[in-house]
Design a protein around this ligand. Structure first.
Ligand SMILES: C[S@@+](CC[C@H](N)C(=O)[O-])C[C@H]1O[C@@H](n2cnc3c(N)ncnc32)[C@H](O)[C@@H]1O
Length: 202
């Protein structure tokens, strides 16, 4: 499907992911905060848009059990290989991968069959004008999967089936997603923001 797929790898044991594991800032990072990590509280997570598995790996490295859903055959295969390599690395990688479960399928169909405490949604959004700033790996993923034009429908399914919260990872400056209810709160980073939708907040 793409000339670049041969180069793209899911690599949990070296490079950016491993660096973040060592120096990333643990539970204080925006993503774990958005997903509901607190001192003494570790949520159970469904990552409905697994992609390169980076977010799932980070969350699992902080102790969460993460169910990952990926519908692209190519991305699913790359993820499975990356998980296998990390498992063979042993040590803490074996422990982290042991908390990650990978499912192949469309999350719109899979979510209703799962018990979902906290759901993460990180759709492939349309290219930005200054696409030179978009990381090379993300461009390669986009070449494989295209843009996720059904992200609104996926959010609707997630909001219906999550028990505690749904988190939408979205470009910091993008408008809120149309066609869904308003977020409960936002966590704003430099280029990325997290729109957090609490379910039945008390
Ligand atoms: C932007 S990437 C996610 C990157 C990921 N958060 C990471 O840390 O590597 C989006 C991925 O979600 C997948 N995806 C989008 N909609 C999906 C759906 N409804 N069901 C399953 N996978 C989906 C795409 O195929 C793509 O691989």
């Amino acid at each position: 499907m793409t000339q670049n797929i041969g180069e793209l790898q899911v690599d949990f044991v070296s490079g950016a992911v491993a660096h973040r594991l060592r120096f990333g800032g643990g539970r204080k990072q925006d993503l774990p905060k958005a997903m509901g990590f607190r001192s003494g509280i570790t949520p159970t997570i469904v990552d409905a848009t697994a992609g390169l598995g980076r977010d799932s790996f980070l969350l699992a490295s902080l102790g969460a059990h993460v169910t990952m859903i990926e519908r692209s055959q190519e991305m699913h295969a790359l993820l499975a290989q990356g998980m296998e390599r990390a498992l063979n690395e042993g040590g803490e990688f074996r422990d982290i991968i042991g908390r990650m479960t990978l499912i192949k399928g469309d999350a719109k169909q899979v979510l209703p069959e799962l018990k979902c405490e906290s759901i993460l949604i990180d759709p492939m959004h349309p290219p930005r004008k200054n696409s030179a700033l978009v990381k090379r790996e993300l461009r390669q993923v986009r070449e494989i999967v295209g843009t996720d034009d059904d992200a609104v429908e996926l959010m609707q399914v997630a909001l219906k089936h999550a028990q505690k919260r749904v988190v939408l990872k979205w470009p910091a400056k993008a408008d809120p997603m149309n066609g869904i209810r308003k977020y409960s709160h936002q966590i704003l980073g430099k280029s990325t923001r997290y729109d957090v939708f609490m379910i039945n907040p008390s």
